[in-house]
Design a protein around this ligand. Structure first.
Ligand SMILES: [Zn+2]
Length: 331
């Protein structure tokens, strides 16, 4: 099968984990930032996480370098544009990108400038290529909570016009959901959709909490519902979509290897699964690669692929008009 030509949808992709290494070097030069090296291969090596890391912490270190050049409006706009361009060029028809707004304020940008920049880059790509997109606000769980409402208020300028959802990301401690209930409620009141990273690192209860306490309609990863009957049943009963990211899960040791990934078992049991990249650069992957890996490892056929594609349409935080457009590529 020609995986490259298939129409694709990526619902779980981080902006800072998907920066072109060439762009890091170009932006560092423009911004007078000294990099550890100006050799493209060395920069690439510093940005790509090992195929298996010791843990999620080692994986997350790969974001420091890209974030250092994502502190200007022009730099963020360019990186946003290029991510949509890269995805469009491998037939991704719809892409939801998430990012941590608070990570881009180190050199004096305001939140509004950050939102203007990501959305402008996306819209520039949408005008040039056959791709549509939206942004998701990822709140980092370990950061202070005092500006979360300000993030949601400021981004509301683009609500349903470039920014659509609220997410919690970063290291996953057991029971993290309880302290974020007021923020998720506030986001929902304002009109944001909700997806939460949970059940990535072995805590099925976190998935149960993300759905029952925070109102998550989708869950980032969610693979550890396998060991938690309550979470599994809830995800199934409430038709919650899991944003699976197979390569990333192998790298962070969330699963031992691809063969042990529960994505096919979930699919066969009627769980709403989607296939996504997580981080195009840090995980050294593309949607074409993720689709190929899953289909080949688990012997899925074309009909299975389009079933999964349609699940992605159904659970995308996109307008009805965009969903209609995406369904024209279905078989
Ligand atoms: Zn993620």
């Amino acid at each position: 099968m020609n995986y490259f030509d298939l129409p694709k949808i990526d619902l779980h992709c981080h902006l800072d984990g998907s920066v072109r290494p060439e762009t890091i070097i170009a932006l560092a030069a423009e911004q007078n930032i000294t990099l550890p090296s100006n050799d493209i291969e060395e920069i690439r090596t510093l940005m790509i996480a090992p195929e298996t890391c010791t843990d999620l912490g080692e994986y997350l270190q790969r974001f420091d370098l890209p974030l250092s050049v994502m502190q200007t409006a022009a730099g963020i706009e360019r990186i946003s544009f290029e991510l949509f361009e890269d995805a469009a060029q491998e037939n991704v028809k719809y892409l939801e990108v998430r990012f941590g707004p608070m990570l881009h304020l180190e050199q004096g940008l305001t939140l509004e400038q950050v939102f203007d920049s990501v959305v402008a880059g996306m819209k520039r790509a949408e005008a040039m290529y056959d791709i549509k997109g939206n942004y998701i606000l990822s709140i980092l769980r370990h950061m202070p909570k005092d500006r979360i409402k300000e993030v949601l208020d400021t981004a509301a300028k683009y609500l349903n016009d470039g920014i659509v959802a609220f997410d919690l990301a970063g290291g996953e401690a057991p029971g993290f959901c309880a302290e974020f209930v007021p923020y998720a409620e506030y986001a929902i009141e304002k009109g944001y959709r909700v997806t939460i990273h949970a059940g990535e690192q072995g805590v099925g209860q976190n998935v149960f909490d993300a759905v029952s306490l925070l109102g998550a309609e989708r869950v980032g990863h969610g693979i550890h519902i396998t060991g938690h009957e309550g979470a599994y049943d809830l995800v199934k009963a409430q038709n919650i979509a899991l944003e699976t990211c197979p390569s990333s899960n192998v790298q962070t040791k969330a699963v031992e290897n691809l063969a042990n990934h529960p994505v096919k078992a979930f699919y066969q049991d009627g769980i709403q699964i989607t296939i996504n990249t997580d981080n195009r650069t840090v995980s050294n992957t593309t949607m074409t690669d993720e689709v190929r890996k899953v289909m080949e490892e688990f012997n899925l056929n074309r009909e299975d692929y389009f079933n999964i594609y349609n699940i992605s349409i159904e659970h995308a935080f996109a307008s009805d008009e965009v969903k209609q457009h995406l369904s024209t590529f279905s078989e």
